[in-house]
Design a protein around this ligand. Structure first.
Ligand code: PLP
Length: 404
């Protein structure tokens, strides 16, 4: 009998955050081990509940959420997003420019499928949140990585971006605040990126899902605010700032040079209609989330739980010999570097697997984010301080043994 193979379209498509290491963790759980998971940015299991008013609103509206709605999503939710974009200073956003989807993930796939042809190139940061790489490959295009510089607090290297542009480049992805580095980009740098996009007629994909998770008084600047004459797609949602990852509720805003993009927009409309509409009950959460009390601020301000956990994890990591970590200014991740002169590491996935087997703690290897050396790990700092402290202490002991 002939074997059944996966489609050739899936060549190069992978999502290592839920890859072999996570499968190993599941097997160990089945064997009865308790695994401490610092691998996925999923706030709810760590006691970060969503604001109750949102949950109550969704419950209240459940009976009105039984049918399909317009492919782009519920009007009231899109109106609330439109109002927020006006407040953020993004010009010219109309209700039809807003698409709701099953998380930002679905909309990233939709946008890349609608834009990219085989052989096109999309500029992605390195390191990057791997969904962008997977979606680019699935769309038949070639991801081209631009470097974010650890020595400069992980800011994108603008000269590297410029040097990677070819006649095939169609767009640039900017993840700000960044996953996995936690970097927040200053306005001047974003302006430089917009200038590059303007002069090469690129589409900007601004993944801003962590835009409200900011520490140390840093300011977040929405890309679209600076790009009124460049086609810009901004992505955001309820998964992180409102701790509602399970609702699968995100949105995409199209702004800027829309007049140049009629065909592309038609393509996105078609793909949106092909999947009928997103998950309707979760759309009822959006208006209340955006208009209600922004409880995320209580978590990130001094004394807030997320802020304390970030500070603790950051300082404990830097205390491990041969480990250094840039302090994240946003989001919920740390991306520490293991100095290869000190730690003899050839394969970071093997290291993470071994740490999992020995210590029952799950991290993600830097190479899952397409970092080009086996010398980084990503750590989610959502667990409570005692769990974080346990995990990082064990990591220190483990590295001492492992590199010998
Ligand atoms: N973009 C980034 C940078 C992320 O970190 C994530 C999730 O971790 C997503 C997009 C996907 O988010 P959603 O839950 O809205 O699909």
């Amino acid at each position: 009998m002939k074997d059944i193979h996966k489609s050739e379209k899936l060549h190069g498509v992978c999502y290592e955050i839920r890859g072999p290491v996570m499968q190993q963790a599941y097997r160990m759980e089945e064997e009865g081990h308790r695994i401490l998971k610092l691998n996925i940015g999923n706030p709810a299991p760590f006691g970060f509940d969503a604001p109750d008013e949102i949950i109550q609103d969704v419950i209240h509206n459940l009976s009105h959420a039984q049918g399909y709605v317009e492919s782009k999503g519920l009007f009231a939710a899109r109106k609330a997003i439109m109002q927020e974009s006006q407040t953020l200073g993004i010009e010219g956003v109309e209700i039809d420019d807003i698409y709701l989807g099953n998380g930002v993930s679905e909309l990233i796939s939709m946008a890349t499928q609608a834009l990219l042809n085989n052989g096109d190139e999309l500029l992605l940061p390195m390191p990057n949140y791997p969904l962008w790489m997977a979606a680019t490959n699935l769309a038949g295009a070639n991801p081209v990585l631009y470097r974010c510089d650890e020595e400069s607090d992980w800011l994108p290297d603008i000269e590297d971006i410029k040097s990677k542009i070819t006649p095939h480049t169609r767009g640039i992805v900017v993840i700000n605040p960044n996953n996995p580095t936690g970097a927040i980009y200053p306005r001047e740098l974003l302006e430089d990126i917009v200038e590059v996009a303007r002069s090469h007629k690129l589409v900007i994909f601004a993944d801003e899902i962590y835009s409200k998770i900011l520490y140390d008084d840093v300011e977040f600047t929405p890309m679209a605010k600076l790009a009124s004459d460049v086609l810009c797609l901004s992505f955001n949602g309820l998964s992180k700032s409102y701790r509602l990852a399970g609702f699968r509720s995100g949105w995409m805003i199209v702004s800027g040079a829309k007049h140049r993009a009629k065909g592309f927009i038609e393509g996105m409309d078609m793909l949106a209609s092909m999947r009928l509409c997103g998950n309707v009950p979760a759309m009822f959460a959006i208006q209340t989330a955006l208009g209600g009390y922004q409880s995320i601020n209580d978590l990130v301000l001094p004394g807030g739980r997320l802020r304390q956990q970030r500070d603790l994890a950051h300082s404990m990591l830097n205390d491990i010999p041969g480990v250094s970590c840039v302090k994240p200014s946003g989001a919920i991740y740390l991306f520490p570097r293991l100095n290869l002169d000190h730690h003899k590491i050839e394969n970071d996935e093997q290291l993470v697997l071994e740490f999992l087997r020995q210590e029952k703690i799950l991290l993600v290897q830097g190479s899952a984010f397409h970092w080009d050396a086996p010398d980084h790990l990503r750590i989610v700092f959502l667990p409570r301080a005692d769990d974080l402290s346990h995990a990082i202490t064990r990591l220190g002991y483990f590295l001492e043994r492992y590199s010998r």
